[in-house]
Design a protein around this ligand. Structure first.
Ligand SMILES: [Zn+2]
Length: 512
């Protein structure tokens, strides 16, 4: 239920609300131009018929392009924020059966555009052409360019836009890092939707003047019929709601009433040309009310978007399907270090955990604090392990979020903790050595499986870091074993394989 204030009370509130919106808040706007929306206005009729093919799920690949300055700086965007932005998008589109996913996960989020104009002024033609070039190389998903700034107007900030000419979406960085309704709004444009108030973008509705029957977008010299409240209002044998504003009849008449409005619920006075009071859909994604908690697309809007997705010009979005559609299943179990383990070593250590079914990637976070407020590392990896340089004698907390292309919103694992020691060690995977282990009985030896023949050095050092044994080894591919020296003093040793580039180490306890 939408509560509406009595008009007398409204008059008392007006100066206050108005004062806020005009003077103390930078207004966020969508940057789609009049010409661009006119293109959508011209083509939307094609997408209005009932969806020809009704499926349960429409998978839509997303490709993120965080844009950097020409010198490579400024593109930093947290991976968890990018995943969250897609999660929020999927909440908004869930009723439409539309599911956004990240093809290949990590290859769809890396920054690869370095250009000062694209970074700070993407509407400028050179910046736009740089992005167009990039988008043409990645036409396997909706291309999203994430930029630092779009407009230079200090009083109103452009938050994002869709360019029908170049067929990509541009988003302000902050609209991705703290997800708002803007992302879903721009994807609404991408899939053919107009603003519910189309025509009023350049005109401020004035309740003290008679409402016109047409409104003009001066920048493009385009005149748009004004929508009436009554759905059966006719003009030239056509329902006005079919030709006015966004051309959809289940989105109510709205004269850009949300613009600069600080509340979600419209309590103002606005009347159509027949003097019928407007009841705008504040929570519609394509309206301009920015302060609502929950937004929606109407049924007709959903139909337009699905038909757009199924149209020939969107073939490129349907060329591939997600590799995994089931959710990662199971809990993260640490292998190394174990939870609460006190290590003797520090340095380059590889955190390792059990594989999770249906997880193709993992988002890992390492922190010095239990709250994870201070992050040492945050990375998306495609194996259930992660190598990082750790300082001596410190506590480290880590947690892992299993993900795949379609499931980016799984909860993090429990928090694990370990303490590093004082003995420096360098470990790094030698990928040719698949796995190996040390057995102490009857004689100490190493058993190993290699995927390729490998030659290098086997080094054993004690807990003080002193080398006690070293030998060259040539290991054939497949299973093999190496005898370890006998007669060492009881204690902790480290057995290390190394070649020119890589190290791999295991702890070996020699018992009395
Ligand atoms: Zn818009």
């Amino acid at each position: 239920m939408k509560g509406r204030l009595h008009s007398g009370l409204w008059l008392l509130l007006l100066p206050i609300i108005h004062g806020h919106s005009v003077f103390s808040q930078v207004r966020g706007i969508c940057g789609i131009t009049a010409e661009e929306q006119h293109m959508l206005y011209e083509q939307i009729d094609r997408f209005k018929q009932p969806t020809v093919e009704m499926r349960e799920t429409y998978y839509i690949p997303i490709v993120f392009h965080p844009v950097a300055r020409t010198n490579g700086t400024g593109a930093y965007l947290r991976y968890d924020h990018m995943l969250d932005a897609i999660c929020k998008l999927n909440e908004g589109f869930s009723e439409q059966g539309m599911v956004f996913y990240l093809p290949g996960v990590s290859e769809s989020i890396r920054f690869d555009v370095k250009n000062n104009l694209a970074f700070d002024n993407p509407r400028q033609s050179y910046g736009a052409s740089v992005m167009k070039l990039k988008a043409d190389q990645t036409r396997y998903g909706v291309n999203i360019f994430i930029v630092n700034r779009i407009s230079y107007d200090p009083s109103q900030q452009t938050l994002g836009y869709y360019s029908p000419t170049y067929d990509y979406v541009v988003m302000l960085k902050k609209e991705i890092s703290s997800p708002s309704s803007t992302f879903a709004h721009e994807l609404g444009h991408f899939f053919g939707l107009l603003h519910t108030f189309y025509g009023w973008e350049e005109t401020q509705y004035n309740p003290s003047l008679p409402t016109p029957t047409e409104v003009t977008l001066q920048t493009a010299n385009i005149t748009v019929p004004v929508e009436y409240v009554k759905r059966d209002k006719m003009r030239n044998n056509q329902r006005v709601c079919e030709i006015a504003a966004d051309k959809l009849c289940d989105t109510e008449a709205n004269y850009k009433l949300g613009f600069g409005y600080l509340k979600c619920e419209w309590m103002g006075i606005a009347k159509d040309p027949d003097n019928v009071p407007l009841r705008p859909q504040e929570r519609n994604y394509m309206s301009y009310f920015l302060h609502c908690d929950d937004y929606f697309f109407t049924q007709e809007q959903g139909q337009v978007m699905r038909n757009n997705y199924l149209s020939p010009e969107r073939n490129y979005l349907r060329k591939r399907t997600p590799t995994v559609v089931d959710a990662p299943d199971g809990e993260i179990t640490p292998i190394y270090p174990l939870d609460q383990e006190e290590l003797e070593v520090y340095g380059l250590l590889t955190l390792d955990w059990e594989d999770i079914p249906n997880a193709t990637h993992y988002l890992i976070e390492v922190s010095r604090r239990r709250s994870f407020s201070n992050i040492v590392a945050r990375e998306i990896v495609d194996k259930s392990e992660f190598a990082l340089e750790f300082s001596p004698n410190k506590y480290y907390y880590w947690r892992v979020k299993p993900i795949n292309e379609t499931h980016l919103c799984e909860p993090f694992s429990a928090k694990f903790v370990f303490k590093t020691g004082t003995i420096p060690v360098r470990t790094s995977d030698i990928e040719d050595i698949d796995r190996w282990w040390i057995t102490a009985f009857p004689e100490p030896k190493i058993t190993m499986y290699t995927t390729k023949a490998w030659r290098g050095q086997l080094v054993i050092f004690d807990a003080n870091g002193s080398t006690v044994h070293s030998q060259s080894v040539q290991i054939p591919s497949g299973r093999s074993s190496i005898d370890l020296p006998i007669g060492l003093h009881p204690g902790v040793y480290y057995v290390q394989f190394e070649d020119e580039r890589r190290f791999e180490v295991k702890r070996w306890l020699v018992l009395p």
